[in-house]
Write a protein that binds this ligand. Sequence first.
Ligand code: PXP
Length: 246
Amino acid sequence: MAARIFPKKLGVNIDHVATLRQARRGCEPSVCRAALEAESAGADGITIHLREDRRHIQDFDLKEIRRAIHVPLNLEMAFVPEMIETALAAKPGKICLVPERRRELTTEGGLDARAIEQKLKKAMPSFRRAGIEVSLFIDPDTAQIHSAKCAGADAVEFHTGTYAHARGGAQRKQRLRIARAAQLAASLGLKVNAGHGLDYENIKALARIPQIEEFNIGHSIVSRAVFTGLARAVRDMKRLITGRGR
Ligand code: PXP
C-alpha cells in the first residue's frame, strides 16, 4: 500500500531572535514582531524554547506571542514541574518535551522516553485537559517510538542533528533511518515532526519523506534573515519543504 503523503508544514523557531535581543538585554529585535512576520510569510506555526536558564526566550515572550499570533504556538520545554506549570497556565497549542542540559549550546540528542515513560503517562491527562498537543523530541529509534506511543504522546519530533552533521553515504544512511522511523511512528498513529540542524540544503532529502508532517527550523532561517530579511528566509524554506515553486 502506498504511504499516505502528508502536506508539509513549517514551524519557524525564533529563539535566536531572542538570543540577539538578550545580548544587550534590551527590546530589540522584537521577538513578537519576528513571530508575526514569520506568520505573514507563510509559517504554519511558531516555535519557542523556554529554557530553564532563560538564555533566550523569556516568560513575557511566551505570553506576548501566545496572544499575538494566529497559527499554533509550539512551546519546547524540559519535562520538569516548573515548566509543566508554565505550559498548563499559558496553554500553547502544542508542547514539545525536550531534554535540557545547562551547559549545552543547543539541544543535544533526544529525550529518553523509555526511561520516563511512566512519568510521561501520568502527566498526559493534564495536558489533554488543557487542550495541548504533546510531542516528544526523540532520536529516530524503534524503542523510543514505542515508548512515545505507550506514554500517550500525540506526536514525535525526530532529532535530525546526526543526519544534519553527517555527509555523503553516512548522511544517506541517517536519512534512511529517519524514513523508517517515520514509517513506524505513522503506522502507530503518531504525528511525525522533525527538526534540528536543518538548513536550505539538507532539508531537500527529508522533505521527500511522506510521513513527516512538520519541520521545526530555527538557526538556518534566522541566519539567512540577516541577509535577506525574515520574510524572504521563511518563504524560501517553505518553498523547499512544500516543493511548490522550486
Ligand atoms: N526542534 C527542537 C526540539 C529543538 O530543540 C530545536 C533547537 O531549539 C529545533 C527544532 C530547531 O533547531 P535549529 O535551530 O537547529 O533549526
